[in-house]
Design a protein. Structure first.
Length: 555
């Protein structure tokens, strides 16, 4: 018998979580199925170009992914559906995807259903909602919504489909039968997300522009008395309904806070953490932000996951640090910023922080682990394509980080767009630990997303460098190129004294200064400024992990 020095996966029933990732422009994104108990990826399939959101049927039999591909000339707007990999002793993989093609310019942005025979998709570009039959694999009808719909919530009884219209500050109630408009309900500034209560009697809507929580009576299609309620001012972005504890969790990145409400009352009652004076739960800043000379942005909580056993909830958040205090990323001066992602655990009953001691970011949890990252790494370079826009649309990333919990409460997952990985947190005490710790809420692994692939003339090509200059640790290369922001490039062939200091490095192309004749990169090791220097070399584009933008819990 061979000794086992690490804790193997905890035996458990079959459960799945799905990660949706974005590829480089003009190329398809992917859906990836994670086996919860095995801590592994067990299936990957190509989806459409520029995926935006995903949903699963209530019976867990099919997953649907919306992709706004027509943002790129020549690509199409689609919803793709696939059958998940099965619980089997032999690998089954994901079922062959089925494509629902939408009219050009639809820009599908959100897909949702509360039934097994019909799935609905919000079309941002055409101010409409389409219904898709799971039996015929066809788009069966399309109905008008308000301006720029960005989210959907069908009541569990299947009688109402609520559409969140960002463009005209309304919520439309459509009939799921024929998509006719039953009511139009005005709400506050820039509504962004909605959830239905399990009894179908209430729908809750969060507005980003003014930071309010709206409660809608579905029988009257009107706000209930006492609605709306404040959730930290402008910036609120997400609301989660915890059906076990009958609660609402609202994140507001701009306020660095999470707000909790008891949803059994009208209006929902703010729940106050033990020892606090309000229902504002502040997320702690990671310790590296206290380092001398390091400036961090305020903590930005962006999503919440709650365990189905009702014991804990988890908040995914991040800060941008300048200069980057993590030596694994580089601390090359004021221009070198990085992202520090973290997951903070709270006890649901008391709403108090559950400190994580064995973490580089204690009291929160670091989300980077070896071998994908260095053993002491807690930060990642910024990927400009992962930064959310002030007003969400299909051309920007909605969730820089997203978190969800497995159906059996055994694991929690966090997608890290900038890092190209999905963090896998063990939320239970292992019954078979053979070494290390038995403590729950520790990072089990980082699951790499599929590598980005690119085919066709639009793909980045090798660029021939003719000169470079350095200013504030940013190097500007003179080279005809077709790179895009976030592209990884390998630099080689440079011979000048300054050039040899970064010759052989892999650098990330910045959004700033990027044109067809030059590109900029931040240096990971501090360099002296240099005026324009003639030199010759090459910048070779490299594949990188796709950027996960959404997570979905399955069976």
């Amino acid at each position: 018998m061979l000794p086992v020095s690490t804790t193997p996966p905890n035996p458990a029933g079959f459960h799945a979580v799905f990660g949706i990732s974005n590829n480089v422009p003009f190329n398809p994104g992917t859906a990836q199925q994670i086996d919860v108990s095995g801590d592994t990826s067990i299936g990957v399939a190509n989806m459409g170009v520029n995926p935006t959101h995903a949903a699963i049927l209530p019976n867990n039999s099919r997953v649907f992914v919306a992709s706004a591909g027509s943002l790129f000339p020549g690509d199409t707007d689609v919803v793709m559906a696939f059958t998940p990999a099965a619980d089997s002793p032999s690998a089954t993989g994901l079922g062959a995807p089925v494509t629902f093609t939408l009219p050009a310019g639809s820009l599908p942005i959100f897909v949702h259903t509360a039934q097994n025979n019909t799935v609905f998709v919000a079309n941002y570009g055409t101010n409409s909602v389409s219904a898709m039959s799971t039996a015929t694999n066809l788009v069966t009808m399309t109905g008008a919504s308000g301006l720029s719909p960005v989210a959907l919530s069908e009541t569990p009884d299947g009688l109402n489909l609520y559409v969140v219209n960002q463009g005209d500050n309304t919520v439309s109630d459509l009939s799921p039968v024929d998509l006719s408009t039953l009511a139009t309900i005005p709400v506050g500034n820039t509504p962004v997300w909605a959830v239905s209560r399990p009894d179908s009697r209430r729908v809750y809507v969060v507005t980003k522009g003014d930071g309010q929580l709206y409660s809608i009576d579905t029988a009257k299609n009107a706000q209930i008395p006492g609605s709306p309620q404040p959730v930290g001012g402008a910036g609120a972005n997400f609301v989660l309904y915890d059906s076990i504890n009958s609660r609402l969790y609202v994140t507001n990145p701009a306020a660095s806070a999470v707000f909790v409400f008891d949803a059994t009352t009208d209006p929902p009652t703010p729940l106050v953490p033990t020892g606090s004076a309000s229902n504002r739960i502040t997320i702690p800043s990671p310790p590296p932000c206290a380092t001398n000379g390091v400036t961090c942005t305020p903590v930005a909580p962006v999503s919440v996951a709650a365990l189905a056993d009702g014991s804990r909830f988890y908040v995914a958040s991040s800060v941008t640090a300048t200069p980057c205090p993590d030596s694994n990323v580089g601390n090359g001066g004021a221009s070198n910023s990085c992202l520090i992602p973290q997951l903070t655990v709270f006890n649901a009953r008391s709403l108090t922080l559950k400190p994580i001691s064995a973490s580089l970011l204690a009291p929160s949890l670091s989300l980077l682990s070896a071998p994908q990252f260095a053993a002491s790494q807690y930060a990642v370079p910024l990927n400009s394509t992962c930064a959310p826009a002030a007003t969400y649309g299909p051309s920007s990333t909605r969730f820089r980080m997203f978190t969800t919990a497995a159906a059996d409460s055994s694991h929690v997952y966090v997608s890290l767009c900038d890092a190209g990985t999905i963090a896998d947190i063990n939320a239970t005490t292992s019954s078979i630990a053979t070494g290390g710790t038995n403590t729950p809420d520790l990072l089990a692994a980082d699951i790499t997303t599929p590598l980005g692939t690119c085919a066709g003339a639009a793909c980045p090509q090798v660029a021939n460098i003719t000169a470079f200059s350095i200013a504030s640790n940013v190097v500007t290369f003179q080279a005809v190129n077709n790179f895009f922001a976030g592209e990884l490039v390998s630099i080689s062939g440079l011979s000048s004294n300054a050039g040899t200091n970064f010759d052989g490095l892999t650098l990330t192309v910045l959004a700033t200064g990027l044109s067809g004749t030059q590109f900029e990169c931040t240096l990971s090791v501090s360099q002296s400024d240099a005026s324009l220097t003639t030199d010759t070399g090459t910048a070779v584009p490299l594949p990188r992990a796709q950027s996960p933008i959404f997570l979905l819990a399955g069976q």
